[in-house]
Structures are given as structure tokens and as C-alpha cells.
Design a protein around this ligand. Structure first.
Ligand SMILES: NC(=O)c1ccc[n+]([C@@H]2O[C@H](COP(=O)([O-])OP(=O)(O)OC[C@H]3O[C@@H](n4cnc5c(N)ncnc54)[C@H](OP(=O)(O)O)[C@@H]3O)[C@@H](O)[C@H]2O)c1
Length: 339
């Protein structure tokens, strides 16, 4: 089967950083599905895993953790899928990724693809939708019912990126939060407003001052989707008493959680690979939430975050997509389709 892989960890302008390879087609065992991958999305995790370092792989390593495709075959213990089913999933960071014609993935972390979307529109969603869903409903514990009275508020820092684009929709359209999103350019501001953000401020400016200027002394929730080191102190300043801050981005220096003590405010991580990495007893929740996302899409409540399609899926196009992501200015999602 065709795949895009790496053997060495090199800067993305080096043609050897991602290479076209031929690999044996894997065989499904246990609860695995063998999926014929039709479209993939790229995420910053791909560029972080690929980041230059002094290591050489013995065998080609396939990256990529976002795909839509068709079930080709199933392992003997699979109960929820059959050959021919259209699926979408992010997969497991500890296993070979989705940048290959066929991929094995545990059925518990797979969803049935939205019927109303093309395969490239579906591929844009899984990793970021899982992240946004878990962050909002499981880590920040935003109640899954329409608010009565004044809606609770959330500050989403990094609104126009892949995760922000779906988080804004879930927060506004599904649970009726008042979303203040951050965006730094006219095109990213336009994008987040179209997705439902009611207010927009700039993440390169003074966040507490901008919030105050638009009438918010504090916010009930903060979701940090970029540069935790820089944004944590501002988040601690604007979080409401008894509110919670969630981040999805690793910090490089210490974070001063004592800033939260007087307010009894909470701080929580979201890492969407936790369930598959630790094989948690509830890992099937990811498959279920992907099915919920598909229903919300098919009911017209939320929409795909796809913004750019490259074709075919090969090393040259994948290097282009990685370079775009490393620029830090991607709006919505970049998807590659067809091998
Ligand atoms: N923990 C997890 O499970 C998990 C899951 C997914 C992603 N992540 C991580 O979360 C981060 C975001 O992922 P993503 O897919 O949303 O990335 P992305 O699509 O590449 O995000 C791009 C967006 O980031 C915004 N941005 C750039 N610099 C910023 C800054 N200093 N502060 C706030 N926003 C800034 C840009 O907005 P403007 O153009 O308006 O400046 C741009 O639209 C990455 O670090 C990724 O690795 C973690």
C-alpha cells in the first residue's frame, strides 16, 4: 500500500522530511478495523512529532492522526462496524498514523461519518472535535443543556485554528454559551464570527483590558488553544470566582497555579490521546462522541471546519501542509484527499 512516512526527523523544507513509501497492508485483529483511508487532515501534533531531532527510524514511520474512509475488513471481536461502513476517527498516537492507504484502528475510538458530508469535509473534524468536546463537556464540565437566564461565558484563546473552529460552534450552537474568541487578523476575525463567536478580541493585545472594554469583568470558563505560557496569567486574571481554565497546549515553563487560589478557580488539561494511550475503561466514549458530532452535522446544528483541500495524498502535498501549519496562521482545517 502507498504511505507517506519519515525515517529521519528533518526541517520541513528538506525533501527527505516526509517521503513516499510502499508498505505491507496490515491485517485486523481483535477489535481493530482495517480502514481504506480516503482523506486525512493535518494537525500540529504531526509537526511536533516530526520536529527535527537526532534519531533515525529502522522502518518508515507513518504519522497522521485524522482520517475519513471506508471499513475494508474487521477483526474477529469487532461488534459495531462492518465492511463498507463510512467512518471518521483520529486514532491512537502510539500506533502508525493515517497517512497510508490502509490503517488499523480500534473500533471504540471510531465514529460513523456524517452522511451529509463529503469525505474531505468529514476528515477535517475528528481530532479537533474530540479535543473540543472533551475540553468543554468533560474537563470544563459545561452543562449539556440550554442555559436558563443569562448564558455563561467562555473565552476561547486561538479561535480560528482547527480546535477553536469547532469549539466555538459547540459552545454557541450546542450549549448556548456566550463566546468571546480571540483572532488577530481580519480574515481570522471574520471566520470566528461566522462560526458563532459573539465577541472577538486580539490574542496579541492585553486580554483583560480588551475584555473589560467589551463589558466583561470576568468569564466563567477559559479555553486556551495556543501558547499556554503566555496566556495562563491573563486567563488567571479574567477567570470568574469558582470558574475553570482548560488548556490543550503543553507549557515550557512553570505555571503559577497559586494565582487561582483566592478564586477557588480550577485548572485542567485536555489531551485527546489520553483515552487510547492508557486504554481507559471509558475509551468507547470517543466513538460515541464522534457519532454525536456526526448527528449534529447531519441535523445542520454545526458545520465542517474544512478550509483547504490538497490532492493527492503524497509526500509533496503533506510537506506543504506541514509547512502551512508551522506558520501558525492556519484558519480552520487543511485536508488531503485520495492516494
Ligand atoms: N491536547 C490536545 O489534545 C490537543 C489537540 C489538538 C491540538 N492541540 C494543540 O493545540 C494547539 C492548537 O491546535 P490547532 O489545531 O487549533 O492549531 P492551528 O489550527 O494551527 O491554529 C492556528 C491558529 O492559531 C492562532 N494563533 C497563532 N498564534 C497565537 C497566539 N499566540 N495565541 C493565540 N492564538 C494564536 C492563529 O490565529 P490568528 O491567525 O488570528 O493569529 C491561527 O488561526 C496546537 O499546539 C496543538 O498541538 C492539542
Amino acid at each position: 500500500m502507498k504511505a507517506v512516512a519519515l525515517k529521519r526527523y528533518l526541517p520541513i523544507d528538506n525533501p527527505e522530511s516526509l517521503i513516499d513509501v510502499e508498505l505491507p497492508r496490515p491485517v485486523p485483529q481483535g477489535r481493530d478495523l482495517l480502514v481504506a483511508v480516503k482523506a486525512i487532515a493535518v494537525n500540529p501534533v504531526d509537526t511536533k512529532v516530526r520536529a527535527p531531532k537526532d534519531k533515525i527510524e529502522d522502518a518508515p514511520r507513518v504519522l497522521g492522526w485524522d482520517a475519513a474512509g471506508v471499513v475494508e475488513a474487521v477483526g474477529p471481536e469487532v461488534t459495531g462496524f462492518k465492511p463498507g461502513d463510512k467512518v471518521f476517527y483520529a486514532g491512537d498516537i502510539t500506533r502508525p498514523g493515517s497517512n497510508s492507504e490502509f490503517q488499523l484502528v480500534d473500533e471504540r475510538i471510531v465514529g460513523h461519518a456524517p452522511a451529509s458530508l463529503s469525505v474531505e469535509e468529514a476528515a477535517a473534524l475528528p481530532l479537533t472535535a474530540i479535543t473540543a468536546w472533551e475540553a468543554l463537556f468533560e474537563r470544563l464540565r459545561v452543562p449539556r443543556k440550554s442555559p436558563v437566564g443569562k448564558p455563561a461565558s467562555i473565552l476561547i484563546i486561538g479561535g480560528a485554528g482547527g480546535v477553536g473552529s469547532i469549539a466555538i460552534q459547540l459552545a454557541t450552537k450546542v450549549v448556548g454559551l456566550n463566546v468571546i474568541a480571540t483572532a488577530s487578523r481580519p480574515e481570522s476575525e471574520k471566520w470566528v464570527r461566522e462560526l458563532g463567536a459573539q465577541q472577538v478580541i486580539n490574542h496579541f493585545g492585553d486580554i483583560p483590558a480588551q475584555l473589560k472594554a467589551i463589558g466583561f469583568e470576568n468569564v466563567d470558563h477559559v479555553l486556551i488553544l495556543n501558547d499556554t505560557d503566555k496566556h495562563f496569567p491573563a486567563a488567571a486574571q479574567v477567570i470568574a470566582p469558582q470558574g475553570t481554565i482548560a488548556t490543550i497546549v503543553e507549557n515550557s515553563g512553570p505555571l503559577d497555579v497559586s494565582l487561582l487560589k483566592a478564586k477557588s478557580a480550577g485548572f485542567v488539561w485536555e489531551f485527546m490521546f489520553t483515552r487510547s494511550m492508557f486504554q481507559t475503561p471509558d475509551m468507547a466514549e470517543q466513538g460515541k462522541l464522534l457519532d454525536d458530532i456526526a448527528h449534529l452535522i447531519d441535523q445542520g446544528v454545526i458545520k465542517t471546519t474544512l478550509n483547504k483541500v490538497l490532492s493527492p495524498i503524497n509526500a509533496a502535498n503533506l510537506r506543504q501542509a506541514h509547512a502551512d501549519l508551522e506558520g501558525g496562521r492556519v484558519i480552520g482545517k487543511i485536508v488531503l484527499k485520495d492516494f
